[in-house]
Design a protein around this ligand. Sequence first.
Ligand SMILES: *Cc1c(COP(=O)(O)O)cnc(C)c1O
Length: 406
Amino acid sequence: MSTSFKSEIVAPAEEMIPLCVPSIGGNAWDYVKECLDTGWVSSVGSYVDRFEKMVAARLGAAYAVATVNGTSALHAALIVSGVRAGDEVLVSTLTFIATANAARYVGARAVPIDAEARYWQIDPEQADRFCRTQCEQSGDHLVNRRTGRPVTAIIPAHILGHPVDMDALCEVAARYRLKVIEDAAEGLGALYKGRSVGNVAPIGCLSFNGNKLITTGGGGMIVTNDPAWAKRARYLTTQAKDDPLEYVHGELGYNYRLTNLQAALGCSQMEQLDEHIEAKKSIAASYNRLLADIPGITLMPQADFADSASWLYTILIDENQFGLSARQVLAALDARRIQTRPLWQPMHLSPVHAAEHNPACPVADRLYRQGLSLPCSVGMTEAQLHRVSDALHSLNAKRTCTSDAA
Ligand SMILES: *Cc1c(COP(=O)(O)O)cnc(C)c1O
């Protein structure tokens, strides 16, 4: 797909600018071909080990366990952390649904926590407030007074490539003895106070889905420094097999192991990780420059504590100041063959999760209404960036002309 960027045949005005497509390069073809040539295509093979070592080393973690996708990594990580059926787990309300779904897979319930307005991440103060005002300590556990269920964990998702304020969040978690499972699916390459996102909490998860910073087609990873947890994650994700010859399985396991074929692609992508991060940062810097003076547009923020990977460049559009809502801008850009998208429906509004917990989350509501993610593929060109920027400038100018003409 990325080759279409380089096509000179299509007139620039007709060329579709996609939101975020993979960039495959480097040794991808050699590594994948080697799997095909040797027959090592499935869930055993040297590339799986190599890919795990590369990711662990990059994050400064002792162990990494590859999985078929990020969602299964989260599922297994929750089991490994000891989250159980009947528990409640705090999640960012503003996240991709996989974060909350993982809680449900283990029979737990997701409790949506509002975002903070500055960096759009889960708000540690709101998590604290929920625990302080809605829960009480009962023996070893924090218990939700309304539901009677134990509240045992929190899953901070570093959304859009920007880190959550992990010190503040971990302080709240420690106060109420909540386990912390990092959803770093969108955070690969981001640093929190110099530490790699995904390896700040005792266990973290990554995704290598097609639109993520690096891809294996589909894939994920569990990252931890605890040898027992790593061993258990590997066990659970390979059908909990106790005997290499006899089919003896000690408990309910899962077929969540990444294939060698995918890991081969992953190794080549890891070799290009720095290039991808550089490209994302440069796209963010360009947008920050090009869109700086448009009234009603809030640029993607970056905290002092953060070195963001700028995975998915997102702006907020204030309808009153800009003249069009984010949804209207989406439609107008679509007509110009520029693909954008809104943020995810927050979990407190999701038909899947809201029935259990539907707290007021005014910040996430506003971000959901105003947010618009702009094209930011690694392979994006200067010309494409300018086309997006020019389109936004002209949409704004039109509105300003019609309303201020007198
Ligand atoms: C992509 C993503 C995941 C996992 O997605 P998979 O498609 O299963 O790899 C989990 N959480 C968040 C926040 C994500 O963006």
